[in-house]
Write a protein that binds this ligand. Structure first.
Ligand code: ZN
Length: 253
């Protein structure tokens, strides 16, 4: 039965990821997510049902549109496969538990933010809102209303902390250092892991972003580096290795 559930969550992950790819490319351009139906971005050829099957469609079509033979973006295949694996892995790691359901929200944010922030330098509001509500209700159902309310307080503290850093950064460097999306995402970080682990998440995210930022400063003239992917990646790492981070935290306290 374990294996069956594992497969179910792999399929669920890859189906959701194919929806996230649509969300992350249509919403930033102000397009509807329902109409038109899924189509080739190059020739507008409407996709048949079998061209919508995650992972297999890409393999079956050898990564090219059936109509115009132009390449289908490879990241859609990667997103579908990776999300499937992460959903399945979370199930095997956590089982049906509070952590498992929270991790599904975090993985979804991870994939969405990777696509939209790297492509459009934007973090969409609606997925953040849905994840925030989801985590709030999970805390309420698994614990109680106090735990849920405290998570809002922790989210607010981290939000204000990032907001202060953004203002300071603007004052010091005379330009936007942090986007509004990064600040909103900090709310989710505080909500999910609390203030002290949240601050550790912020520290970890700067370490994760450093190699990419250095590389991009050297090679890219625009000097714009998306920070969201590193924030959400750091959150996933802290969430997954809670015990290791609590050891580090105890050293400081
Ligand atoms: Zn096409």
């Amino acid at each position: 039965m374990e294996v069956v559930y594992g497969i179910i969550f792999f399929v669920l992950g890859s189906v959701l990821a194919s929806f996230y790819c649509v969300l992350a490319t249509r919403l930033p351009e102000g397009k509807s997510i329902i109409k038109p139906r899924s189509h080739c971005l190059q020739c507008n050829h409407e996709l048949a049902w079998y061209e919508l099957i995650p992972i297999f469609a890409f393999l079956f079509l050898k990564g090219r549109c059936r109509n115009c033979h132009k390449r289908i973006p490879f990241y859609t295949f990667v997103a579908e496969f990776v999300t499937g694996l992460l959903f399945m892995g979370s199930y095997f790691y956590f089982g049906f538990s509070y952590n498992f359901y929270v991790s599904l929200f975090l993985i979804s944010l991870l994939i969405l933010i990777f696509i939209s922030d790297f492509q459009y330098m934007i973090i969409l509001d609606s997925p953040l809102l849905i994840a925030g509500l989801g985590i709030f209700f999970l805390k309420f159902f698994y614990f109680d209303i106090n735990v849920a309310l405290y998570s809002l307080r922790d989210g607010l503290i981290l939000f204000l902390f990032m907001f202060a850093i953004a203002i300071l950064g603007k004052f010091l460097f005379k330009r936007e250092a942090l986007g509004g999306g990064d600040i909103k995402l900090s709310f989710i970080i505080g909500m999910t892991v609390g203030v002290s682990y949240g601050l550790m998440t912020l520290v970890l995210s700067t370490f994760l972003a450093l190699p990419y930022a250095t590389f991009s400063l050297l090679t890219n003239s625009s000097h714009e580096v998306p920070y969201g992917p590193f924030l959400i990646a750091a959150l996933c790492i802290v969430f997954l290795y809670y015990d290791k981070f609590s050891y580090i935290l105890n050293l400081f306290m």
